[in-house]
Design a protein around this ligand. Structure first.
Ligand SMILES: [Zn+2]
Length: 389
């Protein structure tokens, strides 16, 4: 190790994956435990807990944590935390669990257990409080609120012993745990690293923001979220092709890296922006890009809410430094990329397209102007849309 980056949230990088020998012993014991099948969101959370992406958490959270987070945006020990990480069960599943002191967690019925939850507590979730506390709305049209109402009434809480990580067959070379991204940063000699969260293809505006950030640090981690997203978001494999094309053509190999962020989207806007920043700190990022409407959906959050929420924390309690960015664009008179902070010209000089307009063009097989989108990226999206239709 030549370079030290930032300390994980709470000081220690958690690793819940047991040794192969212990896994074998536990798996034998686990045969007699009640089994619980986790949903997609919980499976993502399980992977993040296992690898320390959610350090300092060591399992699914209990009632005290739950209320503390919803009421104060902090864990009972005072560390910032904005979204409870819970494991829900239905009434029937709860009956099946009975008075067991441990349960086996499965990705699907009939699978071998992924992890053992040492059952410390069962509590009833408060949907109204959770919806308002996390999503700031009770509207059931909100995808996060909808998921909350689809989940069971009770939560199982306790420490996890993870026998194996959930298996992935896609993007395998881009899947790095926090320990692995930290090692990769050290190997490249990066001590200051900026993380970029995305669940969309990257056009020139976001490329510009990333490169502005990269000007002041050593390295860039493009960290696309590849857990569950809404059905109308661009599919993960198409997005990955776009990132690869961009990296091939326009990014410096020794300064930028793509890695998969296995989280599921909550669409919790500001609360998720903080949660995303904390997770990226665990992956070793010292800086985190917060754009407009980060993790937003529909019109539930104000354009700058995800940036403003950072002011509610003391800078040293989060540790990671947020970098706030404006909407950016190509300006014909500046002859370059800029934002309202740097370009004095009017709308008529700027190449801006709405998301709806871009989708329309791509669907019609038409490339947006190269000032808006790299032609390689536009082509991939056009091809994907013509296959999909
Ligand atoms: Zn200008």
């Amino acid at each position: 190790m030549t370079t030290e980056t930032i300390a994980p949230h709470g000081g220690t990088l958690v690793n819940l994956v047991v040794s192969p020998a212990e896994a074998e012993r536990i798996a034998a014991e686990a045969a007699s435990y009640p089994q619980v099948v986790v949903n997609h969101r919980e499976l993502s959370d399980l992977e993040m807990l296992a690898t320390g992406a959610l350090s300092p958490l060591t399992g699914f959270q209990g009632e005290k944590d739950y209320h503390s987070i919803l009421e104060t945006m902090h864990l009972p020990n005072g560390l910032p935390w904005t979204i409870p990480v819970t494991l829900s069960v239905t009434e029937d599943e709860l009956v099946a669990v009975g008075s067991a002191d441990a349960v086996a967690l499965l990705s699907h019925a009939g699978a071998a257990p992924l992890a053992i939850l040492e059952l410390q507590e069962v509590f009833r979730r408060d949907r109204e409080k959770e919806a308002l506390g996390v999503f700031l709305t009770e509207d059931r049209e909100h995808p996060g609120v909808q998921a909350l109402h689809g989940a069971g009434d009770h939560c199982l809480a306790g420490e996890l012993k993870v026998l194996r990580l959930p298996q992935h067959h896609d993007f395998v070379k881009y899947r790095r745990t926090p320990a692995e991204t930290r090692a990769a940063f050290a190997e490249r000699g990066w001590s200051r690293v900026v993380g970029f969260q995305t669940r969309n293809p990257i056009h020139r505006a976001h490329e510009y923001i990333q490169k502005c950030a990269l000007e002041i640090v050593d390295g860039l981690l493009v960290h696309p979220l590849m857990g569950a997203t809404k059905g109308d978001d661009v599919p993960a494999d198409v997005r990955m092709q776009c990132y690869e094309a961009l990296f091939d053509g326009y990014y410096p190999k020794d300064r930028a890296m793509i890695s998969v962020f296995p989280a599921a989207m909550r669409y919790a806007g500001p609360k998720e922006a903080i949660w995303h920043a904390i997770a990226r700190k665990n992956y070793g990022c010292t800086h985190f890009i917060v754009g407009r409407d980060h993790a937003g959906v529909g019109s539930y959050y104000g354009t700058y809410d995800a940036q403003k929420i950072f002011e509610e924390f003391e800078p040293d309690e989060l540790g990671i430094t947020p970098l706030m960015f404006e909407h950016s664009f190509w300006c014909n008179r500046c002859e370059g990329m800029g934002s309202p902070k740097t370009c004095p010209h009017g709308e008529e000089d700027r190449v801006s397209l709405s998301g709806t307009k871009v989708r329309e063009m791509l669907r019609a097989g038409q490339k947006p102007p190269q000032e808006f989108s790299r032609p390689e990226v536009a082509q991939i999206l056009i091809d994907a849309m013509s296959e999909g239709s």
